[in-house]
Design a protein around this ligand. Structure first.
Ligand code: M6P
Ligand code: ZN
Length: 185
């Protein structure tokens, strides 16, 4: 029998080696309303890349899994660190696993009651995102933050449910990384 060569991922940077890799870049201009300092956001060129997701092309459907890496650039909009848009799953009950690969940052988790918590992301960290829990990566470091993710292909994304934003913002205040509670609405 032949030995097939599976896709590969470099644990040092999260880049895949595979025949079919899907890549999506999210630019500053795509993130309207996400950062709290809208004046600072408008001052950044809209084509500034904030993060890039590379994904293996894999089977879709009930029981199938997706694998991808988010590469989140270092930087801030005003005092707020670069972050992903963040989402609930469309199929709310579906969970996900993130693995920190390089850089340093935070994983912001929030349940449907609006209770938020933060986990430190670093090379080798494992994050079990339970069902019914929204998630967002935040880069608090000075290098690219890369995290590998595995999630059910049926999970889908629900961005609209977070139109009010998350309950915590992570900012640089007095030279320190600080999480601040937000008054929504
Ligand atoms: C991870 C996974 C993806 C997600 C991506 C970017 O790779 O959770 O499903 O799309 O991060 O996050 P977002 O969709 O919130 O921009
Ligand atoms: Zn997800």
């Amino acid at each position: 029998f032949p030995f097939f060569m599976p896709p590969g991922v470099a644990f040092t940077n999260g880049h895949f080696t595979a025949e079919n890799i899907i890549t999506k870049v999210t630019h500053s201009g795509d993130l309207a309303g996400i950062f709290h300092d809208q004046t600072a956001w408008r001052a950044i060129p809209s084509e500034t890349p904030i993060y890039q997701v590379e994904m293996l092309s894999s089977a879709q459907g009930e029981g199938e899994l997706y694998v991808g890496t988010t590469h989140l650039n270092p930087g801030r909009v005003g005092d707020e660190f670069y972050m992903t848009r963040g989402h609930f799953h469309q199929r709310r009950e579906q969970g996900e696993v993130y693995f920190g690969l390089r850089g340093s940052g935070l994983l912001l988790l929030q349940n449907e009651q609006g209770e938020a918590r933060l986990e430190e992301v670093s090379p080798g960290s494992v994050h079990i995102i339970p069902g019914l829990t929204a998630h967002r990566l935040i880069n608090t470091g000075t290098e690219v933050l890369s995290a590998l993710a595995v999630w059910p292909s049926i999970a889908g994304h629900d961005y609209a449910a977070l139109a009010q934003g998350f309950a915590l913002r992570v900012v640089l205040h007095d030279g320190k990384i600080q999480a601040k509670e937000v008054q929504n609405g």
